[in-house]
Structure formats: structure tokens, C-alpha cells
Design a protein around this ligand. Structure first.
Ligand code: HEC
Length: 226
């Protein structure tokens, strides 16, 4: 075999291995929606739920132009710790999770407000190869048939500006069969983190006072009704 032919064969082999490497697209490939969303057979809302201490919050006139409809909200005080809980209800047959937009600005008070935080060490910090933006994800999981919750627990820096931050959780995988499938599906769940102040002690006293007044009223009413 001529040297030139060997070089060509070697070159082709390297190219093929390289292509195989990039085809092995997994939770480290960046914004999951680019490949795991966009069409009806790929979007699988309900594959994952946000759980934990959440309540709905609507932010009309969002600074980033985002939705005015209510989204699930987690709350935390500056310096406090918050746990987002992502409950995967149907991860057929391989899945993983991503958490995006932690670097984006506030959407209610000031777009230049930024979250400072210490991330959950169980999650892997990655960089989107296209946008170079950071995000967090887990490694690949095999669907075991029962709902499984994954927590992202983070401590918010004491100096974090009070604002509402819009984040996005994604469950994405390959299915839809229980053991196989070639569709890259995704479930995209936007939510809020509301960094809100420590309740004023006076407000607390007020609440307790209100409760006591209510009790007195209730007792009096019971007495009258007897
Ligand atoms: C550039 C396109 C692309 C992006 C971006 C991408 N994926 Fe994928 N993903 C694929 C393709 C193609 C497959 C199927 C081929 C394979 O298994 O590598 C796949 C497969 C998977 C699998 C199954 C892997 C296996 O072993 O069967 C999981 C889990 C997954 N992706 C999760 C994610 C998550 C989570 C994100 C976002 C954090 C993401 N992907 C981003 C293209 C992408």
C-alpha cells in the first residue's frame, strides 16, 4: 500500500470517528430544545413536573418580553437556600435534565440584576457550544418506570438584588418506547425564582396580632352562639 493511500485511509477513519463523536449528542450538547423540541412528536409536556414549595406568579410587562401568564415560582431570601425539585414522570427510555438561564438578568425590577449563587454540586456545569452560555445538567438516566425527582439545591448570595429571575428546566431524552426509540423528545418548563426580602419583624408581629384578634373574635362568636 502506498504511503499516500494509507494517509487517505487514516484520514477517513479519523473523520468517521470524529463524526461518530459529534453524533453522540447528549446532555452536554447545549440548549436541549435545538434538537429535542420544536415538533409535535418531540414535545412531551407532562414528562416532568416542578414540585416542592411553589406557587404561581404572574409578571406582567416582563423586562425580557416573556410571558405574562402565571408560572410556578420558588422563593428565597438573599443568603438563603432554595431547592428546585424536578419530578420525571415519564422518561422513556433514556433521559436527562437541564437547568438554563441562571445567568440571565431580572425580569421584574432591572434586567441588569444578576443572581449570585452556589450551585448544587451534584449537577454538572456545562457550556452551550453555540451560545457559550452556561447551564447545568445531569448524566444520562435509564427510565425505570417510576417517577423520580431530582433536586437542584442552591444557596443564593447575600448580595443578590431583589428581583424575579426567569429560569428554565428541561427534561429531554430518547424514546418513546420503554426500551428503545429514536425520537429526541423534550419537556420545557419555565419557572421563576423570586428573590424576596426577609419578612420585616413588625410585619410578623402584625400577623401574630391579627391571629390573636381573630381567636378572640372566634371565641366571642362561639360564646354568643351557644
Ligand atoms: C445538537 C443536538 C442536541 C442537543 C443540543 C441535545 N441533544 Fe440530546 N440527543 C441528540 C441526539 C441526536 C440524540 C440521539 C442520538 C444519541 O443517542 O446520541 C440524543 C440523545 C439524548 C439522550 C439519550 C442518550 C442515549 O444514550 O440514548 C438524552 C438523555 C439526551 N439526548 C438528553 C439531552 C439533554 C438533557 C439536552 C440538553 C441539556 C440535550 N440532550 C441536548 C441531540 C441533541
Amino acid at each position: 500500500m502506498s504511503i499516500r493511500l494509507s494517509v487517505v485511509i487514516l484520514g477517513a477513519a479519523v473523520l468517521l470517528i470524529g463524526m461518530a463523536g459529534s453524533a453522540q449528542a447528549t446532555p452536554d450538547s447545549g440548549a436541549c430544545g435545538a434538537c429535542h423540541g420544536g415538533t409535535a412528536n418531540k414535545n412531551r409536556p407532562g414528562a416532568m413536573d416542578l414540585t416542592g414549595s411553589i406557587s404561581p406568579l404572574a409578571v406582567p410587562g416582563r423586562l425580557d418580553g416573556g410571558t405574562a401568564s402565571p408560572l410556578p415560582m420558588y422563593s428565597v431570601q438573599p443568603g438563603g437556600t432554595v431547592t428546585f425539585s424536578f419530578n420525571v414522570k415519564d422518561g422513556r427510555n433514556k433521559y436527562s435534565l437541564g437547568l438554563f438561564d441562571l445567568e440571565a438578568g431580572g425580569v421584574k425590577n432591572n434586567a441588569s440584576n444578576l443572581l449570585s449563587f452556589t450551585a448544587d454540586p451534584d449537577w454538572i456545569l456545562r457550556t452551550d457550544p453555540d451560545t457559550t452560555l452556561p447551564y447545568y445538567s445531569l448524566d444520562i438516566k435509564t427510565w425505570g418506570g417510576t417517577a423520580t425527582a431530582y433536586d437542584f439545591t442552591m444557596t443564593v448570595g447575600a448580595g443578590t438584588p431583589l428581583d424575579v429571575y426567569a429560569l428554565q428546566a428541561v427534561a429531554a431524552g430518547r424514546g418513546p418506547g420503554t426500551t428503545s426509540g429514536t425520537v429526541q423528545w423534550g419537556d420545557f418548563e419555565p419557572f421563576y425564582l423570586n428573590v424576596s426580602p426577609v419578612p420585616e419583624p413588625s410585619a410578623l408581629v402584625g400577623l401574630v396580632g391579627l391571629g390573636a384578634a381573630g381567636l378572640v373574635w372566634w371565641r366571642r362568636r362561639r360564646r354568643q352562639n351557644r
